[in-house]
Design a protein around this ligand. Structure first.
Ligand SMILES: O=C(Oc1cc(O)cc(O)c1C(=O)O)c1ccc(O)c(O)c1
Length: 185
């Protein structure tokens, strides 16, 4: 039997509302949201880990570009499990690098390092873990994007309205840098 719980985020979630309860979630059945071309699936977050880390996947289509951004208080892990993902990172000294990550490859982006990525094969998948001295930020995806019940990638990109762009990212420690230039290509 598959259990569903009402939580503060969803009427029906596979994540128990009681943070002391052990649980398992079948593939793809975490709390799902669409943002840009991506399907983000959250399996654990702030409530489960006393704000110490989260665990989610991001899947997207070929060509999907996440705009350059940084997190002042959040360190991030990019572990690629499907497809190919080109990760762009700038360190605190301003040195830039880009690397193509394929399944099993791992990228670490410390807080305050500007980064972005591009999916280079259809339906690439990144496993994300993000944590820092502040709160975890996994609910960013459904707040800037749209919570969904369906399993697949968005049929059309979910582009947030300007009003959401103006408020949601900073609430979740995300700072988009629209004028940032990558000099690596
Ligand atoms: O892919 C990750 O995050 C994002 C996905 C989006 O569709 C839009 C975004 O703005 C982001 C973002 O990072 O802000 C991702 C992957 C791995 C990881 O550890 C993350 O913290 C985020």
């Amino acid at each position: 039997m598959t259990l569903e719980y009402a939580t503060r985020y969803r009427r029906a979630s596979r994540i128990p509302a009681d943070p002391t309860k052990p649980y398992v979630i079948e593939k793809g059945e975490g709390d799902r949201a669409h943002l840009f071309g991506d399907l983000v699936t959250v399996y654990a977050g702030a409530e489960q880990t006393e704000n110490t880390f989260n665990f989610f996947t991001v899947e997207g289509p070929k060509g999907d570009i996440i705009p350059a951004h940084l997190h002042a208080d959040t360190h991030e892990v990019f572990y690629v499990t499907q497809g190919a993902v080109r990760l762009f990172v700038e360190d605190l000294a301003g040195e830039q690098m880009e690397r193509l990550l394929t399944p099993g490859d791992f990228g670490f982006v410390p807080k305050n390092c500007t980064h972005s990525y591009r999916m280079e094969r259809h339906h690439s998948q990144v496993v994300g873990v993000a944590a820092g001295p502040g709160r975890t930020y996994e609910r960013f995806f459904e707040n800037l994007g749209t919570p969904v019940g369906e399993m697949g990638l968005p049929h059309a990109p979910v582009v947030p309205e300007p009003q959401k762009f103006a408020t949601v990212p900073q609430e979740f420690d995300v700072r988009f840098l629209p004028d940032h230039q990558w000099r690596t290509q």
